[in-house]
Ligand binder design. Structure first.
Ligand code: SAM
Length: 286
């Protein structure tokens, strides 16, 4: 009989957040697969549990996924731990869960701490409807496009961000969502220096201009107040977006296509913004 894959949530800082059920499962399984074996080894040591430990992370997930699946098919029970928090949320846990389900293996969640919900619950922003966006693309151009897509998102948005990218991300958010959009930077959750900065985007940027971000962050951003079709589209602003994309390396046609798609305009209209008649000769007819 095949074993069971347990997806075990672990603390994101405060060891008191480890659940009794997580401890019991870790004590009972045959194998622990960990995104960070050093960190998970410390957790097992803290619990006084000795178990075979194997690594499973982004760069070995294909090869190690097979090893773990074979162990499960051989009847071993396996606990999956991510670096911290809930496996499958912005880490490779979702891949092994999907593969195990496809192979007919029982997958059991052991819930617990998760940075996204911990930040959201105390953000002070509406939690009635929200969307988890995880990490934004690292490249400036792609990040901007993703934010543009979210400009009229009305649900509260939750993002993860690395400290060394936080300032650039908050600046890009201010450019796209506007200075007055409410946002919260939740830092070092459940740890000694836990902090919630509840401000608008302009104030957050002013704050981080004075003080470099340190530690781990979740950024929660209020949803837009107006629906896409209620926002009057300023063609001058669209021209600026197109020009910026061109400066970042897109051809004029590619930039026009991207902007047109986002704002429900025709490619031809966006392509033609700010151009003299003779420049139109380049316009690639669709
Ligand atoms: N699976 C994890 C979870 O359940 O939250 C998230 C894994 S993701 C690779 C790591 C990101 O989560 C960090 O870059 C940070 O954005 C966020 N994070 C994790 N722990 C945190 C903490 N204690 N305080 C603030 N953010 C945290």
């Amino acid at each position: 009989m095949a074993g069971t894959l347990y997806l075990v949530a672990s603390p994101i800082g405060n060891m008191g957040d480890l659940t009794a059920r997580a401890g019991a499962v870790l004590a009972q399984v045959d194998l622990v697969a960990a995104e960070d074996t050093r960190r998970s080894g410390q957790l097992l040591q803290y619990l006084g549990i000795k178990k075979p430990l194997t690594s499973y992370f982004e760069h070995n997930k294909r090869k190690k996924g097979e090893v773990i699946l074979n162990a499960l098919l051989d009847g071993q029970n396996v606990a999956l731990l991510c670096d911290a928090g809930t496996p499958g949320i912005a880490d490779p846990g979702a891949d092994i869960a999907r593969e195990a389900i496809a192979a007919g293996i029982d997958v059991i969640p052991i819930p617990g701490a998760c940075a996204m919900l911990t930040a959201l619950m105390a953000s002070g922003l509406t939690t009635e409807r929200f969307v988890f966006e995880g990490f934004l693309p690292r490249k400036e151009k792609e990040r901007k496009l993703r934010l543009e897509e979210l400009q009229t998102e009305m649900r509260t948005m939750v993002f993860y961000e690395a400290p060394h990218r936080l300032k650039d991300t908050l600046k890009a958010m201010e450019q796209v969502f506007g200075q007055e959009r409410k946002a919260v930077c939740a830092r070092e959750l459940t740890k000694k220096f836990e902090e919630f900065l509840r401000m608008d985007l302009a104030q957050l940027n002013a704050h981080f201009a004075q003080k470099d971000p340190k530690g781990e962050f979740v950024v929660v951003v209020a949803g837009a107040e107006k629906r896409k079709d209620e926002i009057e589209i300023d063609l001058h602003a669209l021209l600026e977006v197109r020009e910026q994309l061109e400066q970042e390396g897109l051809s004029r046609k590619e930039a026009a296509k991207a902007v047109a798609k986002l704002y429900g305009k025709s490619v031809k209209e966006i392509y033609g913004l700010g151009l003299e008649q003779d420049e139109w000769s380049e316009y690639p007819c669709d």
